[in-house]
Design a protein around this ligand. Sequence first.
Ligand code: 5AD
Ligand code: SF4
Ligand code: FES
Length: 382
Amino acid sequence: MNRRLQNALVRAQERRHALAADEIAALLALTDPDDLAALHRAAYAVKVRHIGKQVSLRGIIEMGNVCAKNCFYCGIRAGNGAVSRFQLDEQTVLRAARRNLELGYGSLVLQSGEIESEAHTAFIERLLHQITALSDGAQGITLSLGEQSRETYARWRAAGAHRYLLRIETSSHELYTRLHPADHRFDRRVDCLRSLRDCGYQVGSGVMIGLPGQTVDHLAADVLFFRDHDLDMIGMGPYLPHPDTPLGRERAFTPGDAARQLRLGLNMIAVTRLFLHDTNIAATTALQALADDGREQGLLAGANVIMPNVTDTEYRSRYQLYANKPCLDENAAQCRTCLAGRIAVIGETILWNQRGDSPHFFARTAGSPGKRDLTDTAVDNA
Ligand code: 5AD
Ligand code: SF4
Ligand code: FES
């Protein structure tokens, strides 16, 4: 690593938002093992300062694979006739929510394909009331249900959801247009992020990493997008081809591609931690698809959230957004044991039975004392 990048790493550890776009791109492009170790070590130090050696868990319930959209990369896109579609009923979702509580995960995520209808909105609303009642509101509830009207977001917020994940997928308007059919609108997605914030959610977004045609400059712009939208949570992961999609059919994956995707994915986590400091960052399942210990590597590169699957095993294989999704045959209890062991091995502690809210959300809303350090405060006041 040259002197300029070494200095950039030191500066980024001291202050958030302290990297220029070209420095971010250069850090993302690092490949030398010593350089990667230095980058990840720097990011890990920032995580430990703001969050500790601690991991928050959110059990994810994949509620259904019906989706109105047709993203060119996604295995459950509407146009994929090879998927058998399912939608969990109220009791099945509630059972999984109860399981999540018993497993001690502290928060859950309700995810499904994108459906915009009054029936679906009301279904989610009913579920939210019931899930909230399970724990008297103690269990954190994140939604990941795609683009919706501001009214729908407001209704779900009022019914008990308090976090929402909506990945922008890429902050490049041009790349977004290439990866989606013409009726999928980048601008609407950005508007949705604003609506979510206005509704009082902790807002999460993120991108896919290593998409065809995506450069480190695109990814650097993504990191700046995270800052510009003042996000509370980042969920991002490597792009993985699915054979039954237009993008997945374009080019097969070689073992060399997998190593590159993993490296880029970890570098994105590290650089995002170094740039944003106090947001929650997930080590996503897509990392685990590329390496058995991919999520642990993500934690050591600066992530602090893992989202174990709590969906009934029988439905898991029908929710494959990409190929080779891990944990298809395991059940929630097995995943819990597996994960607890893996996190212990890297010397981190799981925050059992805690919501694990984003420190950044508290810092930006001054809702309760977030963990901040003096250098950050000095920057904020500048
Ligand atoms: N590879 C990696 N991630 C994908 N997603 C969808 N398809 C793929 C794929 N082929 C991600 C998108 C979406 C999230 C739920 O899953 O980023 O927002
Ligand atoms: Fe639907 Fe999301 Fe897949 Fe796009 S990425 S097809 S919106 S589930
Ligand atoms: Fe599911 Fe390891 S987390 S088996």
